[in-house]
Design a protein. Structure first.
Length: 216
């Protein structure tokens, strides 16, 4: 296994959970936990090099082949599209996309064109297209919960974990759009060029995930 694979990790909670998984697999993740100013982080006891990146960049690096593998949320995959292999659901970073509206409003009880605010216009568009509904989508970068409160939108599509932020702002989820968790993705060319190394890494991940399921 002389070929050193390169993996892009999503910064933040997914990075922490990824490191936790890797350490359980026996990988020395000290350089990843203590990166300093280094941008390429080598795992000392396994032929793996890590890059820490924002979620959309993880997909960009994997799609362009500068990283062989990546760990990124399904939310980013659904929004950005994909030209790579999604090989493993890692089971952490769980949440969901949901359609939420103001408490007491009848979202489906009108024939007017609804306005939906979201940070995820592609996910939103695909959801309503499946329903055969024509909606106006407004892209919001910040707190999307504001849109219904300011009467900019009839509803929102957003990531929901506990629902606390929705409740505190008088919103309620009325329908799930998609389930979300962290996924392991692989560049299509890398899967052919470095098949044995990538399969070894996937196998180690699967073995640890199976162990966790048995202990749960």
């Amino acid at each position: 296994m002389s070929q050193k694979l390169r993996i892009a990790l999503t910064k933040g909670r997914l990075q922490d959970k990824s490191v936790e998984l890797f350490e359980a697999m026996g990988l020395d993740c000290t350089p990843i936990k203590e990166p300093g100013r280094r941008l390429l982080l080598t795992v000392p006891n396994y032929p793996l090099e890590a890059v820490l990146a924002k979620a959309p960049d993880v997909i960009t690096y994997v799609e362009h082949g500068v990283c062989d593998l990546g760990i990124v949320g399904k939310d980013t995959i659904l929004e950005k599209g994909k030209s790579f292999y999604e090989v493993l659901d890692l089971g952490f970073g769980k949440c969901r996309f949901a359609l939420a509206v103001k408490q007491g409003s009848d979202f489906y009880g009108t024939y007017k064109t609804r306005r939906i605010a979201s940070k995820y216009p592609n996910v939103t568009r695909a959801f309503f297209e499946k329903k055969g509904m024509d909606v106006d989508i407004i892209k919001i970068e910040g707190s999307v919960e504001l849109a219904p409160l300011l009467e900019l939108a009839d509803g929102i599509v957003d990531i929901v974990e506990t629902g606390a932020t929705l409740r505190e702002n008088g919103l309620v989820p009325i329908e799930d759009v998609a389930q979300v968790s962290a996924r392991l993705i692989v560049n299509t060319a890398s899967m052919k060029l470095h098949k044995s190394q990538i399969e070894d890494f996937i196998g180690r991940c699967e073995a640890e995930l199976e162990k966790r399921r048995e202990q749960a």
